[in-house]
Design a protein around this ligand. Structure first.
Ligand code: AMP
Ligand code: GLY
Length: 424
């Protein structure tokens, strides 16, 4: 069977790497992909939000399943587009329809969903420019730090955490009245600050049953010691040592089950991944956010730990018999370290030649922002390459990733030397 993966990052390379191992998969296409996916699959030059172009590719390459990597096509309705088209409607899409994608596409929607279904999360209220003054008064009732979230998608930048009340009021005004994050911030969620340690749990569901995938923790800040600007993620580890069985059982009972049941009760037919961002506060989970896709770089540590055939699981999602599918995870620990372009997450250059990749033996190299030019692999984004290793202990896995990184070079290459620092 031929399949199509939408997206271009390390997450999509990790999907490709895993799916080509399935005996049931004939050919994998990636739109648009990167230099890493091109080596093991076929890239096609199609934008994941250009649905007519996707249709053309699906028909031309006889695609029989589509796996959606990033959130943008889901929020824009790629799954709905397939269902509404006579030639596409029998082709399963792994990823929710527009209604389910609102769990990520609208913070206000996801908060309302959680409160309605009694899923533990921070108390909140939403404001627009029409009730800005009430928003400011609401801020006065909270303790610092103040958490302000743009309702819509804002490329991971729409959350502000501020210590000063005056600053929080000013930023609220910037967001709702002056469109600080464009349309995405015409509604703003203000919520209580959650204490604890953050981690992510991933769920794959066919809408009825579910599999809980390995947990992961990512390192979002650019600088060592979790300092500096937020990035898409500088590294990740899986499993999360402080997420023991007792905690994960609570997550399943208090968060996963009510989420799946809540979607059913609300008439939202959901087939795909749910990425649950959680705070562990003294052993009690509270949901920070939902995403309707896998994380990046979390995928680069989660998928390598899954022993089962991922395509078989996707067929279970497509045919709603996920509960019949075999699912097993290795006890090994996975780490990934992201190599980024100097300057990222602010301005950076593209086009630097990457060397040494062929020398890597103990790690899996997942390409993120790379492309090929004149037979060479060059940088093509801020996050360039994720180096994943598996071992019996976290320290051994980290050592393997850093040893592999010593082989890789490109101009102004940067990476965090302390991934997992808080856990070893
Ligand atoms: P979000 O896009 O909602 O995941 O927010 C981005 C980041 O802000 C999260 O990964 C957390 O680190 C932090 N954050 C969001 N909401 C809260 C909260 N209520 N309390 C504490 N930290 C938060
Ligand atoms: N690494 C965080 C995310 O994918 O949203």
């Amino acid at each position: 069977m031929n399949i199509l993966i939408l997206g271009a990052g390390g997450r999509e390379h990790a999907f490709t790497h895993k799916l080509i191992q399935s005996k049931k998969v004939t050919q994998v296409f990636v739109a648009p992909g990167n230099a890493g996916t091109q080596k093991i699959a076929t890239n096609i030059d199609v934008n994941p939000t250009d649905f007519e172009a996707i249709k053309g590719a699906v028909l031309a390459y006889k695609i029989k399943m589509v796996i959606v990597g990033p959130e943008a096509p889901l929020v824009a309705g790629v799954h709905d587009f397939f269902l509404a088209d006579d030639q596409l409607k029998s082709i399963p899409v792994i990823g929710p329809k527009k209604d389910g994608a609102l769990l990520e596409g609208s913070k206000d929607f996801s908060k309302e969903f959680m409160i309605k279904h009694k899923i533990p999360t921070a108390q909140y209220q939403s404001f627009t420019k029409n009730n800005l003054q009430e928003g400011k008064l609401f801020l006065e009732t909270l303790q610092p730090p103040y958490v302000l979230k743009a309702d819509g998608l804002a490329a991971g930048k729409g959350v502000l955490i501020l210590d000063s009340l005056d600053e929080a009021k000013a930023e609220l005004e910037e967001m709702v009245s002056n469109q600080k994050f464009g349309d995405a911030s015409s509604t703003v969620v203000i919520e209580e600050f959650l204490k604890g340690i953050e981690l992510s749990v991933f769920v794959l569901t066919d809408g009825i049953s579910y599999k809980i995938l390995p947990s992961a923790k990512d390192y979002k800040r650019i600088g060592e010691g979790d300092k500096g600007l937020n990035t898409g993620g500088m590294g990740a580890i899986s499993p999360v040592p402080f997420a023991d069985n007792a905690f994960l059982k609570k997550v399943e009972e208090l968060v996963v089950k009510p989420t799946i049941l809540g979607l059913q009760k609300d008439g939202i037919e959901y087939r795909g991944f749910i990425f649950i961002g959680l705070m562990n506060d003294n052993g009690n989970p509270s949901v920070v956010e939902y995403n309707v896709r896998m994380g990046d770089p979390e995928t680069e540590v989660v998928l390598p730990r899954i022993d089962s055939d991922l395509f078989d699981l996707f067929e279970g999602v497509a045919h709603q018999n996920l509960h019949e599918k075999e699912f097993s995870v290795t006890a090994k620990i996975a780490t990934t370290v992201m190599l980024v372009s100097g300057g990222y997450p602010e301005a950076y250059n593209k086009g630097a030649k990457i060397t040494g990749l062929e020398n890597i033996q103990e790690s899996i190299v997942f390409h993120a922002g790379t492309t090929e030019k004149d037979g060479a692999v060059i940088t093509n984004g801020g996050r360039v390459i994720a180096v994943t290793s598996l071992a019996d202990t976290l320290q051994e896995a980290l050592d393997a990733s850093y040893k592999s990184i010593d082989e890789i070079h490109f101009e102004k290459m940067n990476y965090r030397k302390d991934i997992g620092f808080d856990l070893v």
